[in-house]
Structure formats: C-alpha cells, structure tokens
Design a binder for this molecule. Structure first.
Ligand code: NI
Length: 177
C-alpha cells in the first residue's frame, strides 16, 4: 500500500554507514527503522529533530530496542562517514548513512525527500542544504508504515510509534483478509 501524501511503498537504498560499512534496506530487515534526512552543518532543524527523536527513544524504553534509528545525509560532499560519526556523538542512538552523490539522490527519491543546496553566507563553506524534516517509520518487512511531521511533539511521536511497534498497527494489520 502506498502512503497517501508520500508516494512511498518499499524504499530501497545502497549507502555506507558511519563506520564505512556498506548497507542497504535489507541490512535492517527484521527491525523497525526510523529514518530522518539532514546534514551535519544544519544549525537548527537537525539538532532539534534528532534531540526530539532521542527523547522519544528514551521514552520508548525497551521498545526502542526494536528500532534502528537512521540519519541519512543530503550533503554527501561534506558528510563522510567520519563527519557523520563525529556529529552523531551528540545523538548516539542514530546510525549515520552517506554515499555517492548518485546514491544519495536515489534514496532521496525513494523517500520523496526534498533537499537542495543553496548559498548560505553564514556557513563556513558558503552553502547549506534545506531539507524535508519528516521522520519515517519503516516496518521490519521494509514497508512504509507511517511518517511524523516535524511539528509533532515527542509525546505524540512516542504514542505513534507505540501504536505500530507494540500495538500491531501496520503491515499485518493492513493485509487483506
Ligand atoms: Ni537539518
């Protein structure tokens, strides 16, 4: 089933994690994945979102163990595995993913994520990459389950994730009888 408003179904990707290990969507089969896109030079949106999602994962307690939180860069020129690893020390629940420019364009397309480089005199390199700030929940079978807009509170996201991971909403719930 395609998610209304997102066009997602079974997003796939071929990237490397922040330890330099190649990963695909198959790597995470058997676990729910929580996916957020951003870039490590992001001054406001990413730190705020990753902080909120870290609080959500704390609040989920044991249930968080069923989730694999992923942070996928939209700025592969700067966000090497090392840059992601350094940035994510502040958000240690997350695994950072990067890749070639083509691989990053492909995963953005899979998730219908918008992000485009633009001039930014406040950035040391002269650019930033404004991006979609939606958190995606993907089922252990690799199917889109739900998405959480940036405006939601930690409590709302926590409740939403529980409804799927503990409450049985999602793929099996939607299977035709
Ligand atoms: Ni950001």
């Amino acid at each position: 089933m395609t998610a209304p408003g997102t066009g997602l179904d079974r997003p796939s990707f071929s990237l490397v994690d922040h330890d330099g290990t190649p990963v695909t969507e198959q790597t995470y089969r058997g676990h729910w994945t929580l996916v957020f896109f951003g870039f490590t030079h992001c001054k406001v949106v990413c730190p705020r979102a990753l902080g909120k999602l870290s609080a959500v994962l704390d609040e989920l307690g044991e249930t968080a163990g069923e989730l694999r939180p992923l942070y996928i860069t939209v700025d592969p020129d700067r966000d090497t595995p090392q840059a992601l690893r350094d940035f994510l020390r502040a958000f240690p629940r997350f695994t950072g993913l990067t890749g070639s420019a083509d691989a990053v364009e492909r995963v953005k397309g899979e998730f219908r994520v918008f992000a485009r480089r633009r001039d930014d005199p406040d950035d040391p390199d002269g650019y930033s990459v404004p991006h979609t700030a939606i958190t995606y929940l993907i089922s252990p079978e690799g199917k889109y389950a739900h998405h959480f807009p940036d405006a939601l509170t930690a409590a709302e996201i926590t409740a939403g994730i529980r409804a799927f991971v503990v409450g049985g909403r999602g793929e099996s719930f939607r299977k035709p009888r």
